[in-house]
Design a binder for this molecule. Structure first.
Ligand SMILES: Nc1ncnc2c1ncn2[C@@H]1O[C@H](COP(=O)(O)OP(=O)(O)OP(=O)(O)O)[C@@H](O)[C@H]1O
Ligand SMILES: [Mg+2]
Length: 283
């Protein structure tokens, strides 16, 4: 279990993470927040690349900074900007990463072959990475986080730039790894989390705004999401979520704590929750 206890982090007087406390258990935890909300900052602290100004992070009760190499040995981290050598093959790259972790070539070879098989790149293992699609590169990135068979995997926007099919494939891979691990994955794409996240954590103003299963988040909006005609005038307390186009007709999807005098109630989804939480940040 990973525990963040009252951590804060500022850059140049701007408090990015503000007295935040969170606990992570087995399963997939989605950090869902718009650009600049502090996702990378939080993940870099979990990866010990930067340190909180105050508060502490513990693994099974031990301070992760004090654990040092023992902690890094159980951590797999995929940074938002994942650096690789385009002229290396996937196999060479992973053997190189393994060497950095003290795993020799002989031991690394079968391990790397297994990992590339696991991420569906077994038949591309010898191919240079510069010939890979974005989704293939991210799958090599995921394989890289798995080299030390980590208990905790931190993935910073791993699906950014992937097409919908690649995203689906990446998601199911992540899901398959989460049985006996803690996975923390950041994204601002709601559909990344709807099916695979055990919990969705929304950050706002450096704090946890919500920390629930996707179903419970949507459930809280039950009876509060409506489709109304385009001419509908919003009242104080209601919010426009988006325009919906169906069968040549346009209607407005709105949040309303009470039933509006026209329109119909619809089933809420995670996207609605995201728009309700962050709606006032849209320009
Ligand atoms: N090293 C740094 N120096 C100064 N400011 C920083 C630094 N790192 C992050 N910030 C600021 O902290 C805020 C949060 O940045 P962060 O990268 O954590 O957000 P994010 O949620 O990961 O955004 P994105 O979705 O764009 O990746 C931003 O305002 C950013 O400019
Ligand atoms: Mg980021």
């Amino acid at each position: 279990m990973l525990n963040l206890d009252h951590i804060s982090k500022s850059f140049g007087g701007h408090r990015v993470i503000d007295d935040l406390s969170l606990t992570f258990d087995l399963g997939v935890h989605g950090l869902l927040a718009p650009n600049g909300a502090g996702k990378t900052t939080l993940m870099q602290m979990i990866a010990t690349l930067i340190h909180p100004d105050s508060g502490s992070i513990t693994w099974q009760g031990q301070d992760i900074l004090a654990m040092d190499e023992d902690y890094r040995g159980l951590l797999g981290y995929l940074p938002q900007k994942f650096g690789f050598y385009p002229d290396y093959s996937a196999t060479e790259f992973l053997i190189y990463i393994a060497a950095l972790q003290g795993i020799g070539r002989r031991q690394a070879k079968p391990l790397v072959a297994d990992l590339l098989e696991m991420v569906g790149l077994g038949d591309r293992a010898g191919q240079r990475m510069k010939t890979f699609s974005g989704g293939m590169i991210q799958r090599v990135g995921l394989a890289q986080t798995m080299i030390n068979d980590p208990d905790l995997i931190v993935l910073d926007e791993p699906t950014a730039g992937l097409d919908p099919r690649e995203r689906v494939r990446f998601r199911s891979l992540v899901h398959s790894l989460a049985q006996d691990r803690i996975i923390i994955l950041s994204t601002h794409i709601v559909s990344d989390l709807e099916t695979i996240a055990d919990r969705v954590i929304m950050l706002k103003d450096g704090r946890v705004r919500c920390n629930l299963s996707p179903g419970r988040i949507s459930g809280r909006l039950e009876g509060k999401i409506f489709l109304v005609p385009t001419g509908y005038r919003l009242e104080e307390g209601q919010a426009l979520l988006e325009e919906e186009h169906e069968g040549g007709e346009t209607s407005l999807r709105i949040y309303s704590p009470w039933p509006p005098d026209q329109g119909q109630v619809v089933t809420p989804n995670l996207e609605d929750a995201f728009l309700v939480v962050y709606g006032d940040e849209r320009s």
